[in-house]
Design a protein around this ligand. Sequence first.
Ligand code: ASP
Ligand code: MG
Length: 324
Amino acid sequence: MAIYREDLQNEIEDVVLDKTVSKIKRQNLSTILKIQQGILRAVDDFMYKNGVVRMMPLMIAPVTDTLNHDVEETSITYQNQNFDVMKSMIFHKQLTLMNEGLEKIYIVSPNIRLERAERGDSRHLFEFTQIDFEFKNANMDDILTFIESLVSYIFSEVKEKYAKEIEEIAGSTEHLNITTPFLRYDTKDLEKLHGPDFEGIASRQATQPFFLTNHKREFYDAEDLNNRGNYRNYDLIWPRGYVEGLSGGEREYLYERIIERMDELNSDKHRFRSYLKLAKDGLIPKTAGAGLGVERMTRFVCQLPEVDAVTVFVRKPGEGPYLF
Ligand code: ASP
Ligand code: MG
């Protein structure tokens, strides 16, 4: 007997619905969410103590992060104008620091990146939240030191307040015993040593978080003018194979430099015309910052096999149909 398309679709949806219900009802979810809440509490606490002012997230904008990889297009029309969903608040956090009363800001920022199905791996979600921060007149060293203190504070807080929960889910809290400063590696050196999968290999070999500096990527990340072809940006890599947890950089803020980088990367200048006008008027402040993935950090703290294991609803690319 022929199976009709609709019957098949119904059957698939029933299977997915069962999986959705099992995911919500899974036994460790409450523990994971409690630990994640502990992480966010520690972040807010640390930012407050260090004078980092919180601003609210934006969800749509005419310009957003260019990203250094391809995602599915999203476009929302609002009052005859094209908006994109927020991929990251990079430009908004830079511009916010134009305000003379603000030196350091952060946002608990939901970001949407409609990753292609091939990115249905252990580290990507098509929407996630990052702790996105930006400091005026800061350089790479300032930010790396800040990240070391932030991560140390979060881990010591969750170890103190959630030891039982973490042991229950991760088997131990040993992976949270970290020492600073974290080692810093240049991507070029590690690539020479390990080949194209240098990040994964180095992460699997490491027992402590480390920084990977010098990535050729978006136009807004500053080139090292004393060492052309090198970049003053960085990722924080979680050890034990948990890979990238944060990205950031010193920013280009001078008009000529932004134009040069946009030319190199073939960026759409028309799209960024208002940003470029501000740059031309010298209104983009000199800043540096970073974004720390919340779900990825929760995954590391809980030592789970994939980042989708910390979410209530499936947000892994390539796993459709998605019912909720
Ligand atoms: N734009 C980066 C990201 O979302 C974060 C940053 O550079 O501050 O990956
Ligand atoms: Mg990144």
